[in-house]
Design a protein around this ligand. Structure first.
Ligand code: SD4
Length: 327
């Protein structure tokens, strides 16, 4: 049932939803504040191991974080990609939005910026991330490289060594065999993406994630990319994504879902259409979207996996989790 204010986020990360709801129903808290507060809960709880420190180690065994925050009133965005040794990813993204003229900072320099803003520098490695890394090494280190560019199977753990003849790059071979990101799967790929609309109809959105496991160092996913990980427009509503970011960022699905709602689609139809556009090229990808319009109508859609999302508005007595049947 449509109602404002509203909080909606990917996955049954209900503590994050509850925290955002508690803040948005407090006078003087903005939708941007609520998004930051909600996503921070997931960073602290390490939601599903896929948000915050200690998850999804890259092929060096290091955890890095991506995050974004977007303000629908001003269209301001702050993002960080592949930030190292700082836990509060979404709060650093907010500092990028509010203290710089930039949109996206990455890597060691994003860390340097965070430290200059007063954030603590500390290891993101935990016993859990070490054991994920070690078991990947002990198994076959399924590659994140295009198979047609690997010289032999032994290089699949990285570091990357190009095949002597890489003339296959860009060939249609890539598309003729279905691509499934080995680092993506239920339980190991669960970004928090959140949209909040306050009682005055102001929209904000955000994401936070440790990305994909065993990624090539330096990899930035879809979550900090405006229009991909999330997108908001105060005149329309907002949408946020989770899934195989390497594929999804090629289609800006959150932007597409918002434009679809602007054209009159329901949130559910808007999200489904955005995901179907990706499936035309990548029939086996895993992905999902949540979407909410200015009136507070909401919906979700998924492709390739079972997805659920969390919602709280004033018609509900607590956070409600909705399950989505994949397209
Ligand atoms: C990424 N989209 O970095 C993120 C991960 C994710 O559900 O959403 N997992 O590709």
């Amino acid at each position: 049932q449509a109602s404002l204010p509203i909080v909606i986020n990917t996955w049954p990360f209900t503590d994050a939803t509850r925290a955002a709801w508690a803040s948005i129903t407090t006078p003087s808290t903005s939708a941007v504040d609520a998004v930051e507060i909600g996503c921070t809960v997931c960073e602290i709880e390490q939601c599903d191991g896929s948000v915050g420190y200690g998850g999804s180690p890259n092929e060096d065994g290091e955890t890095t974080l991506d995050a974004m925050i977007m303000d629908g009133i001003t269209h301001d965005v702050g993002s960080i990609g592949c930030i190292k040794r700082v836990k509060s990813a979404i709060s650093v993204a907010r500092k990028v939005m509010e203290h710089t003229t930039h949109t996206l900072l990455v890597g060691e320099d994003a860390t340097r910026f965070a430290v200059s803003m007063g954030f603590k520098e500390e290891s993101l490695t935990t016993n859990n991330s070490i054991s994920i890394y070690q078991s990947w090494k002990a198994q076959n280190c399924q590659p994140n490289y295009r198979l047609d560019t690997l010289p032999d199977a032994n290089t699949s753990c990285g570091p990357y060594k190009p095949a002597p003849n890489t003339s296959n790059r860009g060939s249609s071979r890539y598309h003729t065999s279905p691509r499934i990101n080995p680092a993506v799967g239920p339980g190991n790929h669960d970004t928090v993406g959140m949209i909040v609309i306050d009682a005055n109809g102001n929209v904000a959105g955000g994401t936070s994630t440790n990305g994909a496991s065993h990624k090539v160092p330096g990899r930035v996913g879809d979550s900090p990319i405006t229009g991909s990980g999330a997108y908001v427009d105060n005149n329309v509503g907002g949408a946020a994504a989770t899934g195989d970011g390497d594929v999804m960022m090629r289609f800006l699905p959150s932007y597409q879902a918002v434009r679809n709602m602007e054209a009159g689609m329901t949130p559910t139809a808007a999200a489904e259409d955005a995901l179907r556009r990706i499936a035309k090229f990548y029939p086996n990808y895993l992905g999902a979207l949540v979407a909410v319009n200015k009136q507070g109508q909401f919906g979700g859609a998924a492709h390739g996996w079972n997805f659920s999302y969390s919602v709280r508005n004033s018609t509900m007595s607590d956070v409600t989790v909705f399950s989505v049947t994949p397209l």
